[in-house]
Each structure stands twice: as C-alpha cells, then as structure tokens.
Write a protein that binds this ligand. Structure first.
Ligand code: RRO
Length: 308
C-alpha cells in the first residue's frame, strides 16, 4: 500500500520525490525521473538565461553526504516551459523551481509559468553558490519585498525553498512573513551554505569554486532539516504545507520527517549517489515502517512528534 498525500492541494501518490538540484536539468533527466518511482517531477532551479554553472569539480561526494557549488546550471526558463507539457505523459505533478538572479527576473519567470504546464512553483530563495548574491532567505526585508511582489502576480500555488535557520528569533521572523504572504508551502532545507571540506592527503579543498566553499548535503544535515520542519510546523499557519529535505537515506528518515510535520519529502544527495532506484527502495521502506507501526495514513503521523 502507498500512502498518498498532497502539497497545496496537488495530490501525490506517495510522499517521496526529487529535490530541485541533482539530475533534473535536461529533458532526458526529467523524463528519467518520470520513469522512476518519484511521485512528482521537480525541475532544476531556472533562471532567465541558460547557464553553464560554476567551474568543475563542483560536486563532491563526502563520507556522510556531499558538498556542491554547481552555480545554477540550467537551460533557462523558456526551455523548461517547452519541456513541461512533454513531461505530462508521466501522470505526475510537475514542480517548476525558480531562482531568478533578481526580483525582476523572478517576476518574469513566474508570470510566464502562470500559463505553463506545471502544477506548483517552488521559489528558491536560498541558493548558496552565486558569488555576489547572498541568500535572499537570510535577509528578512528582501524576503518581504520578494514575497509581496510575487504573491501579487502568481496564479499557481507557490511555495518557497528555504535556507536552514538556526536561531528561534530568525524562525519567528521568517514565519511571520510566510504567514503574512500566504505562501502555499515551504520546502526546507536547502543545503547549509559555505561549508568547507578539506582533503588532508592532498592538502586542498575538494571543489573548485569559491575556494572550496559550498552547500552541504546528506546525512550531515538531517538533524538541521528535521529541526527546521519541526519549528515551521509549530509556527506556520496549518494551511501552509511543509516539504522536508535534508539527509534522507531510507524509509525511517522519511517517517522522522513526517513525524516532525512534513507532508512530503524530497531526495537530493541520495538521488545523486544511488540514482533513480532510490525512489522505489525508499517508498517501500517507508511503507514497511508505516505498516509495522500500524499507521493507515500520513495524517495519522504528521506532526505527532512526542516530547519527553
Ligand atoms: O546550483 C547550485 O549551486 C545550488 C542551488 Br541553485 C541551490 O539552491 N542549492 C545548492 O545546494 N546548489
């Protein structure tokens, strides 16, 4: 049995799909996600113009995760608008991830997506890897401006991909804005930015851009992702859905995210590592955990984390 769920009213067969990021740039890659057991297809974050991204090496697998500084490689929003109807054949919700390099860019892309063949828009306010572009989600005033502009024009359910927060005051500030602007969902967390991994043998960093600084993914960040989901579950109006991301490797991890308050989860680093078969494996592990515990639905579990 699969445990169905929904994000902003869009139904998903089960709660597990791909995060914007790995293996979702080209039409071929997006079709491959369609053929997999991912319950939705999320695109790489799109900009106005196509981008090659940062110089390589820009992704490196670590003992317990990954570090990346991809630099937003993507085909540009006009291509994704062409790709979307072709992906419909898979019969899954289509999620367009947007990461314009300015508010004007985001507005142009979102206006165009209003008439495109996607079900949800995920606005990325948390890319850590563009030199000279601090993460919008850490600047409360800018976040307020961006959300008030985009929410005026958007005609599809729009959610926000958030950076990780660490301080309760910051959680309260950002949650106030998300509630005020009535975003439809949040995806948390993007990779904690500007981590540095050092190879002591070679006495160097492991990725080239920005002197080796990049976004951290995988097992390292699961407790940070869980904390963000939990805190937003406490602070957001309950009609704002929460999608958990960060360090999910197995069905038990998915269960933990649902307990914390997530309606669905996205896979990033494990998808890069294991490729498309991770979706079927993790779906069946999650189903097994739920069945063993005797739960009949996501709603039996969602947010029900107990204190001690
Ligand atoms: O492309 C990237 O470097 C990237 C992006 Br847009 C993002 O949102 N998060 C990330 O870890 N890498």
């Amino acid at each position: 049995m699969s445990y169905k769920t929904s994000i902003a009213g869009i139904e998903l067969k089960h709660p597990i799909f791909n995060a914007a990021g790995p293996l979702c740039v080209s039409l071929e890659e997006l079709h491959a996600i369609g053929y997999s057991h991912s319950s939705a297809i999320t695109t790489k974050s799109m900009t106005i113009l196509p981008r090659d991204g940062n110089p390589e090496p820009r992704y490196y697998e670590l003992p317990y995760g990954s570090i990346n500084s991809m630099g937003l490689p993507n085909h540009g929003y006009l291509k994704y608008i062409e790709y979307l109807p072709q992906l419909r054949a898979h019969g899954k919700p289509l999620i367009a991830s947007v990461s314009g390099l300015s508010l004007a860019d985001n507005m142009e892309i979102i206006r165009a997506l209003n008439d495109a063949d996607c079900d949800l828009i995920e606005l990325n306010v948390s890319c850590p890897n563009i030199v000279g572009k601090p993460q919008i989600g850490y600047d409360m005033e800018q976040t307020d401006d961006v959300l008030s502009s985009v929410m005026k024009v958007v005609r599809k359910p729009l959610g926000v991909k958030l950076p990780p927060y660490f301080d309760f005051v910051h959680y309260e500030q950002i949650a106030t804005l998300l509630n005020k602007h009535k975003v439809r969902f949040v995806s948390c967390i993007n990779s904690p930015g500007n981590a540095l991994y050092i190879d002591a043998d070679r006495e160097c960093a492991v990725i080239k851009p920005k002197g080796g600084f990049g976004g951290l993914g995988g097992t390292y960040i699961k407790p940070i992702g869980l904390a963000n989901v939990r805190k937003f579950f406490e602070l957001l109006h309950h009609d704002i859905d929460i999608v958990g991301v960060g360090g999910i490797n197995n069905g038990r991890d998915v269960f933990e995210y649902v307990l914390a308050g997530a309606r669905a989860v996205q896979l990033g680093t494990i998808f890069m590592h294991e490729k498309h078969k991770c979706f079927a494996r993790i779906v069946s592990e999650f189903d097994e955990v739920m069945a063993k515990k005797g739960y009949g639905s996501i709603e039996d579990v969602r947010g029900k984390l107990r204190g001690l």
